[in-house]
Design a protein around this ligand. Structure first.
Ligand code: PMP
Length: 426
């Protein structure tokens, strides 16, 4: 049972959808299809990726050349020529799949080099690879904790963290989002010399915020003798010197016990990784079921991630491009009057309270050659829906200008249509 004290945002509901919630969601999607309205989740990328590509609608087959803002390929590494070349070489050298888990010899020199170099960059002694970021979180939490332990999560933690916490059987507690004082209150009531306490939170959340108060949260957790796991899915590669991440940027690498990231975002590949002490990595490699009973990352994906790791740690250019686009988009959209919340990161989320309008805007922008997505309740609070634009090094200022113009135009058209369909009383 996940306890959440937050009055509006029902994290517990998101994280443990009931059968009724699921039925409701399926019903909504079916209704959209039956009503011949566009399904906002039905877009398929024909060619290209972050930046530009050809996008089509799986239901209507409508197709557009579009600026694409829907992937987390922050540094554009998936299209980097050196990364592609090294992935190709690995395919020739090792073939396509590993066919077994890392524990049962599914490791190549590439896997080993990645673990060592990721550990070196993040400032930890060792690291452990998983086939995805999702299974890395499940694997580390369920590998470490059992039913006598306690896991304390930020209430907005990613589903993979929540699922790990539920799977391990430990007592699950949540603290208010990014709130060190609430974390202290929860720890005060849960600390016991007989149990392991693990505190988990993200360095940057994916709904358009800035960096979490990582140092304060870490100091609070350490004051109560808890272990700390920080998910850097949305910060590794573009925060901190050489892209080492938010723990490095906030000077708490040493105190953080587990630094997690995915290989699917800044690294442009597929996989997950945990950097930690040698003892903890040895423990994970012998006790984590997600590590032992799951095939390891494929050679081409591994070569891509390793090459991307080397590229991002030795060249600031992609990071600078990402931040330039981010700052430019935030400035242009704010000046145009859009409410972007308080964040400063590369995920830019103009707020719109009305779900129908949001879906209408996503479609209207698609028709104008811009691929975006909508985030609505229950992923965010009711009435606080957002458009989601994920900046990357592959985007340009011209892409931002085109996107803003498309949004303004789509909004004008939507509002006009509403006025015709629902004329006011006057
Ligand atoms: N943690 C966070 C915060 C994420 O956003 C994601 C992916 N969206 C994951 C973990 C899982 O990573 P992956 O996609 O590699 O499974």
């Amino acid at each position: 049972h996940i306890q959440s004290s937050h009055p509006t945002f029902q994290a517990a509901k998101v994280n443990a959808w009931s059968a009724t919630d699921k039925a409701k969601l399926v019903g909504e999607v079916l209704k959209m299809v039956n009503d011949r309205r566009r399904n906002p989740y039905s877009k398929v990328i024909r060619t290209g990726s972050a930046g530009r590509g050809t996008v089509s609608d799986a239901y209507t087959s409508e197709e557009r050349e579009a600026v694409i803002w829907t992937t987390n390929l922050y540094l554009g590494m998936n299209r980097d020529q050196t990364v592609i070349n090294e992935a190709r070489t690995a395919l020739e050298q090792f073939g396509t799949g590993m066919g077994t888990s890392a524990a049962a010899s599914g490791m190549t020199d590439l896997h080993l080099a990645f673990e060592n170099e990721f550990a070196e960059l993040t400032g930890k002694p060792s690291a452990c690879l998983f086939p995805t970021g999702y299974t890395a979180n499940v694997g580390v939490i369920a590998g470490l904790l059992g039913k006598n332990d306690v896991v304390v999560l930020d209430q907005l933690c990613h589903a993979s963290i929540v699922d790990g916490a539920r799977l391990c059987g430990a007592t699950v507690r949540t603290f208010k989002h990014n709130d060190p004082a609430d974390l202290a209150a929860v720890l005060e009531s849960e600390v016991s010399p007989y149990r392991t306490v693990l505190v988990v939170f993200e360095g940057v959340y994916s709904m358009g915020e800035g960096a979490a108060p990582v140092a304060e949260l870490v100091h609070t957790a350490k004051h109560y003798g808890a272990l700390v796991l920080v998910d850097e899915a949305h910060s590794f590669g573009f925060y901190g010197e050489r892209g080492a991440g938010i723990c490095a940027a906030q000077g708490v690498t040493e105190q953080v016990d587990f630094i997690m990231t995915t290989l699917s975002k800044a690294l442009g590949s597929l996989g997950g990784v945990i950097a930690a002490s040698r003892e903890h990595v040895d423990l994970l490699k012998s006790a984590s079921r997600a590590y032992i009973f799951q095939a390891s990352v494929s050679p081409a994906d591994m070569a891509a991630a390793l090459t991307a790791l080397r590229r991002l740690s030795s060249d600031d250019t992609p990071r600078e491009r990402l931040w330039d686009t981010t700052r430019y988009m935030r400035r242009r959209f704010s000046e145009a009057g859009y409410d972007l919340g308080t964040g400063d990161g590369p995920i830019v989320t103009p707020h719109f309270g009305d779900k129908d309008k949001l879906y209408g805007l996503v479609q209207g922008m698609f028709e104008r050659g811009v691929q975006t997505s909508a985030v609505t309740y229950p992923i965010v609070e009711s009435g606080r829906g957002r458009l989601r634009l994920i900046c990357s090094a592959a985007h340009t200022r011209e892409d931002v200008d085109k996107t803003l113009a498309a949004l303004q135009d789509a909004e004008r058209e939507y509002d006009q249509r509403q006025r015709v369909e629902q004329p006011s009383e006057e």
